[in-house]
Each structure stands twice: as C-alpha cells, then as structure tokens.
Design a protein around this ligand. Sequence first.
Ligand code: NAD
Length: 302
Amino acid sequence: MTAKLILGTEIREAILEEITAEVKQIKEKHGVVPGLVTILVGENPASISYVTLKIQTGHRVGFKEVQDSQPETISEADLLALIDKYNKDDSINGILVQLPLPKHIDEKKILNAIDPDKDVDGFHPVNVGRLMIGGAEVKFPPCTPAGIQEMIVRAGVETKGAEVVVVGRSNIVGKPIANMMLQKGKGANSTVTIVHTGTKDLASHCKRADILIVAAGVPGLVKPEWIKPGACVIDVGVNRVGEKISEKTGKKIAILRGDVDFDAAKEIAGSITPVPGGVGPMTITMLMKNTLNSLKFKLGLM
Ligand code: NAD
C-alpha cells in the first residue's frame, strides 16, 4: 500500500485563499484589515528569513504588515516599552516577537508582556490556559499544532475515538497538540497518549496509534515496524542531515529529514506528511489565520 500524501504546500494555498477572501470582505464591510507587527531584534540570518517570509505572506493576504527591526543592543526596558506601544495601537491585532532574543533579554518577560488578545503565537500563559480549557475559551491555538490539526481534518481522517499518540512533550508542539486532540469537538475527541524520553517502550505505544504525531527532533526515530497499517502519520520533525546544491538556484541548501523513516513508512501508513513540504508550511499559514481571527474577535464576528 502507498499512503496518501498530506501536503502542507497544497493546504497552505487553500487556506491563504480563504483568508484573502475574508480580509477583502471585512475591508469592504468594516473598512479595516488585520494588522500584524513583527519585532526583530538583531541580525540573525535565520530570523531574518523567517520574518521576511511572514511579512511576504501577510502582504499576500492583504494584511497591514509592520516590520520593526531593533538593534542587538536594545535594552529589555526599551523592548518592553515597544511592546506596550503596540499593545495600545488600535491598528495592530497581532504582535510577534521573533525568537531567539539576545542573552541580556529575558524572553519569558517579553512574551508575557504581550497583550494576550494580540498574542497570535499563542504562547502567553493566558492563551495556554484557554487552550487547556478548550471550546469557546480558545482564542489563539499555537500555530504549528493548529496546522497539524487542520491537516488531519482536511485529509478527512476520523479523529473521534481515534488512538492518537504524540511523540514529544515540548510546549510548542507536543503538549499543545495532545491537549487539542483530546478536547470534545471537531477534529478532536480522540484518546491521547504522550510519549517522551522517559517512556519505557516507545514502539509499543506507536504501534497502537491510528494517528501518530511525531515531534522529537530525532531523524528517523520512528521505524516502519512501529506504524499501524493504515495509520495517519504526521511528521513534525525538521532535521538538517547534510547539505546539497539546489538545482534551482545553484546555491548550497540543507538536506532535511523528518523523525519518521518516510520511504518505508509510506508503504504502511494510510496517509503521511513528507519532510519538507508537510507540516512546515502550515505554521506561518496558521499565524495568518490567528491574526485574522484576532480582528474578528475585536469586531464581534467570532
Ligand atoms: P523539543 O526539543 O523542544 O522537544 C522534543 C521532544 O521530543 C521532547 O519533549 C523529548 O522528550 C522528545 N524526545 C526527544 N528524543 C526522544 C526520543 N528518543 N524518544 C522519545 N521522545 C523523545 O522540540 P520541538 O520544538 O517540539 O520540535 C520537535 C521537532 O519538530 C524538531 O525537529 C523541530 O525542528 C520540529 N518543528 C517543526 C516545526 C514546523 O515544521 N513548523 C515547528 C516546530 C518544531
């Protein structure tokens, strides 16, 4: 059997088109568009390329995009004052601080200073709490887990009563996606197990999974014999395992591998995400959705 591929690249296009149409409608009816500010401190090349992609995507869907670049030397107090300025700015619905921050700045203090109603990354403790309560309390599910759930739903995979096994317990992927899949609602209502570095027999748990979500950051951790025939496999891992020359640009690019042995796993799974082109493109897409929703909450449309 060859698994159906769940492609983030395709799902992204569909969602961005939906967002663009909604932004246009809101602009016509209410005269406003979602505003997203991205605060970049310093000149880390990876951060610059993430921020550039976020801004390009924001422009594509019709947002007001503000890029606020600050020097590496900015003080914690000045950065807190900047966040306070955007918290009070009525034209801004989402505030994003690109991580990592320089060592002299307390990341937690900065993230916790963002108004929870503009925290489109969903990392503020208030939004973590809202996610835990579930239902109508949820405002901004964190972007990567939200993308994973969206992929499962759009691939038509039954989640109600499904055995979901999540490999990894990080605050940005493992814990939130596990929490989302156990809620009573659409695309969830599953029986969830979280496995991690303290788990005794990883294989036995993975073998039970109707939906296996792997976010460990260990290339090829999940072996094909751990996969239940027909299961849906979501590989969140992005691991650099070498470099190659790009056929398109002639430049050196990273060779990326997931946490699952993809070539063998696709012969057993019912559906599977590739790396790259699977979960990766979903994170920025869901950031756009959260920013649009932030404006919709403000306008009473949600
Ligand atoms: P993390 O390092 O914070 O957490 C990894 C988790 O996996 C830990 O909880 C750990 O207990 C568990 N783990 C590690 N090795 C294990 C093992 N051998 N057996 C069982 N459990 C093990 O990582 P993270 O931030 O959650 O990211 C995980 C992976 O997902 C990384 O490869 C990261 O690059 C990728 N990621 C991708 C996206 C995206 O595509 N948009 C977003 C976030 C993270």
